[in-house]
Design a protein around this ligand. Structure first.
Ligand code: 0RQ
Length: 505
């Protein structure tokens, strides 16, 4: 234990999870570590829920995290949440949010620290954070993610540590914790390349601020790997060919600028595509480092990967965590106000790849809402990256739900990324490069290159009728959401669809 708790006085602070949970009172704001189910607090949230259930009295807390966290926070605490921010992807919590039972604040991931700093959201009472070790001066060494942990520790009155003995000590040194500073005192961030180290390897906390330590030995909740399918492989192929064409045209050099990509099946397929391509010396300045990143490192394709979290499947976690010394000099984990920092994203000139739920004919993108009102996950980092990218790319399959939904629509039903930020759209149908085009030109590119053939005629009918009415961005307002309305009424966006005779399950 002395390698993990490096100041003897801290040994007296070891408590049970039940004791730690008893410190969390109704109405408090808790800042949890954790980003994409990596480096989350694992035992205390469960103990908090058990205690609340047993007490049977009204109990609600505000739950702040880095991004999505494991069900041991988001499912287990869903009934006990007042405010939840800044991102989630949990099916139980999603239900509570969409019923209006949880006050979900869907926030750009880079901005939570600033929201705390400016008093825009309630401040943190207690930070509950997973640690690899606590240093002699009371600094906390995080585990598999950066997240908002340093902001929550700084903002909180007290800190409870979950010291995780299952996370290997070889992770020590992989973090780069840099304080971006208060408004008015903020300096240019001295990061010029993906592998520049500008901060510390631990989070200054102080022995006195640590209220208790709970020992745990659970590994992170592994991610289920979504294998590439025919469509995602085709999207990946189009995307890599687009990059090749950009190189041929002289707009990109053979050594690509650093890449960012979201989580999920397309991201995985794209990175698999890189594995079997001529691209080399790749650099990542991203949030999540998934399995494929480690495959690319093993194949010698990635020079350096900067991320916010290791988001791994069970099999990959076993390999990576048992041999982390093989990877440590090729990667760095940063807090999300650095991994997603607009200043750095713009300076490094990233190529960003994120997934859309739907795209409209003018290039606006909805990443968060189903049929205009129901929250899916949240904007996550997609806005931080897209707005500031050198080359912002959105990917999506052209249809969803067996073709009853077209992902290219006349008007998106919720706006996350505007036409001004979205440069390129890729579906399994092809690539629409929207740069330098007017809205009317963009509409034709998107319908022609990205829409599913079975919806093209319908899209042209809308666009042609709208164009006759005129305008910079032609619309028929009374019909703009007709496709979504039709889907809600009939179960399909296709014109002429009739409601099913039997209610769908
Ligand atoms: O439904 O779950 O019932 O099968 O939406 O769609 O195609 O599996 O794609 O898992 O990559 O998720 C945008 C949600 C895509 C995600 C989103 C249905 C579809 C399926 C999921 P089922 P897919 P993915 C870095 C960047 C925002 C955050 C972000 C996301 C389900 O990528 O949350 O980018 N992004 N972060 O059938 C209705 C449509 C639909 C649709 C798909 N048009 N209408 N349903 N679906 N299109 C990471 C972080 O920030 C941490």
């Amino acid at each position: 234990l002395s390698s993990r708790i490096r100041h003897a006085s801290l040994l007296e602070k070891i408590v049970t999870k039940e004791t730690a949970a008893s410190w969390i009172k109704d109405g408090m704001t808790i800042g949890f570590s954790g980003f994409t189910s990596s480096g989350d607090a694992k035992e205390i949230p469960v103990a908090i829920a058990e205690r609340a259930r047993a007490a049977g009295k009204p109990f609600k807390i505000n739950v702040y995290t880095g991004a999505s966290v494991a069900p041991t926070i988001d499912s287990v605490l869903a009934d006990y949440m007042n405010i939840r921010l800044p991102f989630q992807s949990d099916k139980d919590l999603r239900k509570s949010i969409n019923k209006g039972n949880v006050n979900y604040i869907d926030q750009h991931l880079s901005e939570t620290g600033d929201a705390l700093l400016t008093g825009a959201i309630p401040s943190v009472d207690i930070a509950v954070v997973e640690a690899l070790a606590i240093t002699e001066d009371g600094s906390i060494i995080p585990t598999t993610s950066g997240g908002n942990t340093h902001n929550y520790i700084k903002n909180a009155k007290e800190v409870i540590v979950e010291l995780n003995l299952a996370q290997p000590l070889s992770l020590e040194g992989v973090h780069d914790i840099y304080e971006i500073g208060a408004f008015g005192e903020r300096k240019p961030i001295p990061l010029q390349a993906v592998d520049d180290r500008v901060g510390r390897t631990s989070i200054p906390t102080g022995l006195d601020k640590i209220k208790g330590i709970v020992i745990t030995e659970q590994l992170d909740d592994p991610k289920t790997l979504v294998e590439p399918d025919e469509e995602t492989n085709t999207i990946a192929r189009h995307l890599l060919n687009f990059l090749r064409d950009e190189i041929k045209a002289g707009r990109l050099s053979e050594k690509l600028p650093p890449l960012q990509s979201g989580v999920g099946s397309v991201a995985n397929a794209v990175f698999h595509g890189f594995l079997h391509s001529e691209f080399h010396d790749l650099e990542l300045y991203s949030e999540v480092l998934q399995d494929s990143v480690f495959d690319l490192i093993d194949a010698g394709k990635i020079r350096f990967a900067s991320g916010g979290a290791l988001t791994l499947s069970k099999e990959k976690m076993d390999v990576v965590l048992n041999h982390f010394e093989n990877y440590r000099d090729k990667m760095m984990l940063r807090p999300q106000d650095m991994s997603n920092n607009p200043e750095i994203i713009r300076r490094l000139g990233l190529i960003t790849i994120n997934t859309a739920i739907e795209v409209d004919i003018y290039g606006n993108v909805n990443s968060t809402h189903i049929m205009g009102n129901k929250m899916m996950n949240g904007i996550g980092g997609s806005g931080d990256f897209t707005r500031n990218a050198r080359l912002s790319i959105f990917v999506t399959k052209s249809i969803a739900k067996n073709g009853d939904i077209s992902s290219i629509v006349p008007f998106i039903s919720h706006v996350d990324h505007t036409e001004h930020d979205v440069m390129v759209v890729v579906t399994e149908q092809g690539v629409a490069d929207l740069r330098g085009l007017t809205p009317r030109q963009r509409a034709i590119k998107l319908i022609e290159n990205c829409a599913h053939p079975s919806y093209r005629e319908q899209l042209y009918a809308y666009f042609n009728e709208a164009s006759q009415r005129g305008g910079q961005t032609p619309h028929i307002l009374e019909k703009a959401f007709a496709w979504h309305v039709r889907f809600n009424q009939t179960g399909s966006m296709r014109e002429g669809s009739t409601p099913p005779l039997v209610e769908k399950e």
